[in-house]
Design a protein around this ligand. Structure first.
Ligand SMILES: NC(=O)c1ccc[n+]([C@@H]2O[C@H](COP(=O)([O-])OP(=O)(O)OC[C@H]3O[C@@H](n4cnc5c(N)ncnc54)[C@H](OP(=O)(O)O)[C@@H]3O)[C@@H](O)[C@H]2O)c1
Length: 347
């Protein structure tokens, strides 16, 4: 059989600020693969169904000498991220053609992974679209679930503020908090996103681009728990409106991911002292590593919440691998409305 095209999204150069398509990230159509004869060397041949575009990938586009919690990407290599794929051929025990797996895989139509690759079988008992396994039933959902349930004691009647509330992590945090009986305040970057937040039960939602965050929090606060997704001026406003003994869960700070080492200068850090606040930064992988059963409880509980319709989920689908770079870059402009996923193949 003739070789099959294997289009890929490559990381090509270290960006100083917002990456540029064609310069720091490129679409490459030069590679091919022979799906029948390619050597597996004990591994598995996978066909990509969908992959996730996540803000943290920006942190991997850095000078490799700068230490961080994930290794720097290597220029010339494909971007790698959470992917759902189907097995085409396998020489590895426990995996057979037709199985579905999730793992950190290259942004390519096909990939061959070595025998020790960390890929996890997915049975999809919830009967949801496969892409959910890189979204609400994958890393972003795990971030919301373990962050909210493990890092703070939730009490009905408390007030939580969630920034970037319509996004992948934020919308799950909002809905889990509502299920726990909390009052939820949330911000997002468009009126359409605000309307969606109200639909999923958020008590006080506002557009931070047209409203004053400080005034909105004064109206609806004070805040017992702040779920921090963005940093920058939103963090300043949250600090000014925290309740005494409140908790800030620092999940992300996307405002500064492209700030050329010149982050927004926070003015209200003094509130941490004067209000006796607790500030907890976390990485989802560390939370999962601390779980006795790994993600098992999440797989059960979140799968059921989604299957039973107790939690709504919104995807922003980009169709075609060639749109992978756009899916990623849109995150920094707020052009995604829901979880950004790239659909590469239907099955
Ligand atoms: N700690 C962890 O383990 C972990 C795991 C996953 C994600 N995260 C972090 O969680 C945050 C949310 O991630 P996600 O995957 O759910 O992304 P997302 O919310 O689906 O997409 C990113 C959103 O951030 C908002 N945004 C972009 N630039 C902004 C700016 N300058 N100021 C304010 N808002 C801005 C935009 O929404 P608007 O239209 O509302 O502005 C955009 O849609 C990110 O900071 C991410 O790095 C952390």
């Amino acid at each position: 059989m003739a070789p099959t095209p294997n289009p890929r999204i490559l990381y090509t150069a270290i960006p100083q600020s917002l990456p540029v398509f064609g310069e720091h990230i490129t679409f490459d159509e030069s590679a091919t693969i022979d799906l029948d004869t390619a050597e597996l060397n004990g591994g598995v041949l996978l066909k990509t169904l969908a992959f996730s575009a996540d803000p943290y990938l920006r942190g991997r586009m850095r000078d490799p000498s700068v230490q961080s919690y994930t290794p720097a990407f290597v220029p010339g290599e494909p971007i790698v991220n959470h992917t759902i794929a189907t097995v085409l051929r396998s020489e590895r025990e426990g995996f057979k053609a037709g199985d579905h797996v999730v793992g950190l895989l290259p942004w390519a139509a096909y990939s061959i992974v070595p025998p020790d690759a960390r890929i996890k079988p997915v049975s999809n008992e919830a009967g949801v679209p496969w892409s959910y396994y890189v979204g609400i039933l994958g890393m972003p959902g795990q971030t919301a679930y373990f962050g909210l349930k493990r890092l703070v004691e939730l009490k009905a009647g408390q007030t939580i503020f969630v920034s970037a509330g319509s996004g992948a992590v934020g919308n799950v945090v909002c809905q889990l908090a509502k299920l726990e009986g909390l009052k939820v305040i949330s911000s997002a970057g468009s009126d359409e996103k605000v309307a969606y937040l109200k639909e999923i039960g958020v008590d006080h939602a506002f557009n931070y681009k047209t409203a004053d965050t400080n005034a909105e929090l004064q109206k609806a606060g004070p805040v017992d728990i702040y779920w921090e997704n963005v940093g920058g001026p939103t963090l300043d406003a949250a600090l000014a409106n925290m309740n005494r003994f409140g908790t800030i869960l620092v999940c992300g700070m996307i405002h500064d991911y492209n700030s050329r080492g010149d982050p927004y200068p926070i003015k209200n850090f003094g509130a941490i002292l004067s209000k006796s606040l607790t500030v907890k930064g976390f990485l989802v992988n560390n939370l999962i590593a601390a779980e006795k059963e790994g993600t098992a409880v999440f797989d059960r509980e979140m799968g059921k919440l989604v299957a039973d319709g107790k939690i709504q989920y919104k995807e922003h689908r980009y169709t075609g691998i060639e749109n992978g770079a756009k899916a990623f870059l849109d995150l920094f402009k707020g052009d995604n409305f829901g979880k950004a996923v790239v659909i590469v193949a239907d099955q």
